[in-house]
Design a protein around this ligand. Structure first.
Ligand code: BG6
Length: 494
């Protein structure tokens, strides 16, 4: 779609996300000369920076990511500006003047993006600041982009939505969940609704269970200030894993229209039952361990983490989607920090053949029997790393078994995104483009974010045990109670 001329304002312009994700994504989008001429970026923050200092920070960030010096320099000089919001971060009057001045100077028509790359505690202040000086409306379009976490629980999310809606209409609001910008997450929709083969089996008649794993080898790094207050359920489950769950479980939308899709996502979220915190949930926190041959500290020894912190760095749970398609099919979620490797994967386990004819003792047997090893078909949808699909099925291994029975072996059909299409585009670039062209499909609607918080309310309000696990393993033993064997990684622990 056509990119309108616009001003892209980043709040929190001196921060890490700006440097790592926003500047590179904007730079990439503006490789097209025509686009670059019509788009101006204005960084804003409390720090007393100048245009030149902001440009220098951007140049360094872009060079570190391997971009050529000359084009980077020219782009930064022409396209980047900076406005200090004062030591209290509340000089919105000064911001408005600068916005208007830049628009006059660069012949822009009043289209504006306000991107909040801010600590959640000051979202409200920023929304009200924009509203107070009239930056919520203009002669063009104005859009406000809010990073996760959107609220801390259901109550705070509702209050934040109310505040936002006092100054901006819902169609001006883009709530980011960067998982939705990942090419392979979007591909889930293509996979489900572009292929009749799987869709006809995508239900309780054929699927035994669904497992969603989001594992990271990294620890909390330098983010403890935020993370220790949030914990893993708020940081990952309420948003990223819940998005994956809704895309796997939703009904086909009536069209690819943004609201048709988001209606279905809300509908399926409303059908998910709140998990029983004590029976359906296991939380964990990593202790010191070894990763890649190197010792790593435990969570409580990370910088800025209180020595007695009970914050969870791991969560696993069982959810039931109480609707006609899914009733009785458990959805298992599992995610944590300091797990053995990076893995984002959805494993769909189909039901076993009703009778297996291929047992060593001459079969047939039914899979319900303890000694009947009829391996079920499995579909692994890998989102990170090595994006692709694997479909596992049984084949006859060559020759015969000693007892004369037919030897079976599991093999797989595989599709690799990288082999077919080359490198996968960055999620932020996809999302920033969508914001600029005004396509809200991949953003979280107000009712969707509330439905998701609603689901985890009992869990967040219960004081649950947080079990210790060694860094570099697949989480605490308590996970076995939910599901002893995970399709994605074999056993729960390495
Ligand atoms: C962020 C979380 O939203 O997602 C981080 O705040 C986490 O804690 C990150 O590390 C994971 O994202 P990705 O794209 O690397 O899977």
């Amino acid at each position: 779609s056509q990119i309108d001329p616009h001003l892209f304002v980043i709040f929190g312009a001196t921060g890490d996300l700006t440097k790592r994700k926003l500047i590179p994504a904007l730079y990439h989008l503006m490789q097209d000369e025509d686009v670059a001429r019509r788009c101006v970026v204005l960084g804003a923050a409390r720090s007393d920076w100048t245009d030149e200092r902001f440009r220098e920070a951007a140049r360094t960030a872009l060079r570190e990511q391997g971009y050529a010096e000359e084009t980077v320099d020219a782009w930064c000089t022409r396209n980047l500006h900076y406005q200090c919001l004062g030591p209290e971060g509340n000089d919105y009057e000064g911001l408005r003047e600068r916005v208007e001045q830049l628009e006059r100077h660069r012949n822009l028509t009043g289209n504006r993006v306000f991107y909040f790359s801010l600590p959640p505690s000051i979202y409200t202040q920023a929304i009200e600041g924009l509203g107070a000086v009239g930056l919520n409306t203009s002669s063009g379009w104005s859009r406000v982009v809010v990073e996760k976490p959107f609220g801390h629980d259901l109550d705070s999310a509702q209050r934040l939505n109310e505040r936002v809606h006092q100054h901006f209409d819902e169609d001006q609001v883009y709530r980011i969940d960067h998982y939705l910008g990942k090419e392979t997450v979007q591909n889930l929709m293509a996979f489900r609704f572009g292929n009749a083969l799987f869709e006809s089996m995508w239900n309780r008649e054929h699927i035994d269970r669904v497992e969603i794993t989001v594992a990271e080898p990294l620890g909390v790094g330098g983010r403890a200030g935020y993370y220790d207050q949030s914990g893993h359920v708020r940081d990952m489950v309420q948003n990223h894993l819940t998005q994956l769950l809704s895309l796997v479980a939703m009904e086909p939308p009536a069209s690819m229209d943004a609201d048709a899709i988001r209606d279905e996502k809300v509908k399926v979220l409303n059908a998910v039952q709140q998990p029983d915190p004590r029976a359906d949930v296991a939380l964990g926190q990593y202790r010191a361990g070894t990763m890649g041959g190197e010792p790593v500290p435990g969570y409580r020894d990370e910088p800025d983490v209180p020595a007695d912190s009970d914050t969870e760095t791991f969560a696993a749970m069982r959810l039931n989607v109480a609707n006609w398609r899914w009733q009785g099919v458990p959805f298992f979620l599992r995610t944590g920090k300091r797990l053995p490797r990076k893995l984002t994967q959805i494993a769909v386990r189909f039901q076993s053949a009703p009778v297996s004819l291929f047992q060593a003792d001459g079969g047939p047997c039914v899979p319900r029997d303890a000694d009947c090893e009829a391996a079920p078909n499995e579909l692994l949808i890998t989102l990170q790393p090595d994006e692709g699909f694997d479909l596992r099925f049984e084949v006859k291994a060559p020759g015969n078994s000693d007892d004369g029975s037919m030897p079976l072996e599991t093999q797989q059909l595989s599709f690799s995104y990288q082999d077919a299409f080359g490198p996968v585009p960055d999620a932020y670039e996809t999302l920033l483009r969508d914001i600029i062209v005004g396509d809200p499909t991949l953003f979280v609607r107000a009712d969707e974010v509330e439905a998701s918080w609603q689901l985890y309310t009992p869990l967040l309000e219960t004081d649950l045990p947080v079990h210790s696990y060694e860094a570099g393993t697949w989480g605490p033993d308590a996970v076995d109670r939910l599901l002893p064997t995970w399709t994605s990684t074999g056993r729960t622990r390495s």
